[in-house]
Design a protein around this ligand. Structure first.
Ligand code: SF4
Length: 99
């Protein structure tokens, strides 16, 4: 008899946790959907810097080349952080390893 009560209590807690999870997801989903344009706008607002200011070179030394950088946009040979077109073999002090 007591064991049965424990199971009911346990199930009840599980239901409460599931409900809390569902409510949490329900609150986060609209936040994620509606914040996407804001995030995009914020990203667009980040100003690119000049090549000179980041010591850009068309032919980088070592392995830290634009083609291996997280900021490199391969389709257009451009950079998310530096103005103008960049060379895949180039590099600058903002280099960040592509994951
Ligand atoms: S941050 Fe520098 S190294 Fe990276 S892609 Fe842009 S110019 Fe190249």
């Amino acid at each position: 008899m007591k064991k049965s009560n424990l199971n009911e209590t346990s199930l009840s807690r599980r239901d409460v946790l599931r409900g809390a999870f569902a409510v949490g997801c329900g609150l986060l989903l609209p936040l994620a959907v509606f914040s996407s344009p804001a995030v995009a706008a914020e990203a667009a607002a980040i100003k690119k810097v000049s090549k000179k200011s980041v010591q850009y070179q068309d032919h980088a030394k070592g392995e830290q080349k634009c083609s291996g950088c997280a900021n490199f946009i391969a389709g257009s040979n451009t950079c998310q952080r530096v103005k103008g077109r960049v060379n895949p073999d180039g590099g600058c002090i903002l280099w960040m390893k592509k994951v």
